[in-house]
Design a protein around this ligand. Structure first.
Ligand SMILES: Cc1cc2nc3c(=O)[nH]c(=O)nc-3n(C[C@H](O)[C@H](O)[C@H](O)COP(=O)(O)O)c2cc1C
Length: 166
C-alpha cells in the first residue's frame, strides 16, 4: 500500500446531513485506540457527541468550532492527566491523528479543533462535556460526510530535512 491515502487527508469543515452509522463510529474509535502510547498506558477517553444541543454548545464553546453546529458527530479526545505520566498529550495526539486518517479512509470529512493548551477553551469545552477532575480535553474532532472537496497534496520540503546532523 502506498501513502496516497495519507496525502488525501485534509481538514473538512462542511458536511452533508447524512448520519454516521454506529458501526462507522466504532471503526473510528478502534482506530483511535490503535495508536501508540508511552509504556502503552493508553490514557485516552473519547466522548462521542451526537446530541444536537451538545454539538451546538460545543460550537459556542470553541472560538473556531462553528462547523460543529452543522456536524452530525464530534469526538472529543480527553486524557488522564494525573495518573498517565508525562506523555498524555502525545498519546492523545496520536489517537487523534489515527481517527482523522480513519475518517478520510472511510469517506468522511473531519477537522482537529485544538483545545489544550488554551486555558479558556479547556474550561469551556470541559464544562460542556462534564469532563471530571484529573482529565482534560486535548481536542474536539468535528466529523461528517464531506460537502466540500479538497485536493490530496504533498507538503514535502527539502529544506526541512537534515542528513545525519542539522
Ligand atoms: C493542534 C491543531 C489545532 C487545530 N485547531 C483548529 C481549529 O481550532 N479550527 C480549525 O478550523 N482547524 C484547526 N486545525 C486544523 C488546521 O488548520 C489544518 O490541519 C491545517 O490548516 C492544514 O490543513 P489540512 O488539515 O487540510 O492539511 C488544527 C490542527 C491542529 C494540528
Amino acid at each position: 500500500m502506498g501513502i496516497e491515502w495519507i496525502l488525501k487527508r485534509r481538514s473538512i469543515r462542511k458536511y452533508t446531513d447524512e448520519i454516521i452509522s454506529p458501526e462507522t463510529v466504532r471503526s473510528l474509535l478502534e482506530a483511535g485506540m490503535a495508536a501508540p502510547s508511552a509504556r502503552n498506558v493508553q490514557p485516552w477517553h473519547f466522548i462521542v457527541v451526537t446530541d444536537r444541543h451538545q454539538l451546538n454548545a460545543l460550537a459556542d464553546a470553541h472560538p473556531y468550532g462553528g462547523m460543529l453546529a452543522h456536524a452530525p458527530l464530534a469526538i472529543a479526545v480527553a486524557g488522564d492527566i494525573t495518573s498517565s505520566g508525562a506523555y498524555w498529550i502525545q498519546d492523545c495526539s496520536a489517537a487523534t491523528e489515527n481517527i482523522l486518517l480513519a475518517a478520510s479512509a472511510l469517506g468522511l470529512g473531519a477537522v482537529w479543533l485544538g483545545v489544550t493548551p488554551r486555558e479558556d477553551r479547556i474550561r469551556a469545552v470541559d464544562s460542556v462535556l462534564s469532563v471530571p477532575d484529573g482529565f482534560q480535553t486535548l481536542c474536539v474532532i468535528s466529523l461528517g460526510y464531506p460537502a466540500e472537496e479538497k485536493e490530496a497534496r504533498t507538503q514535502y520540503r527539502e529544506d526541512r530535512i537534515h542528513q545525519n546532523s542539522w
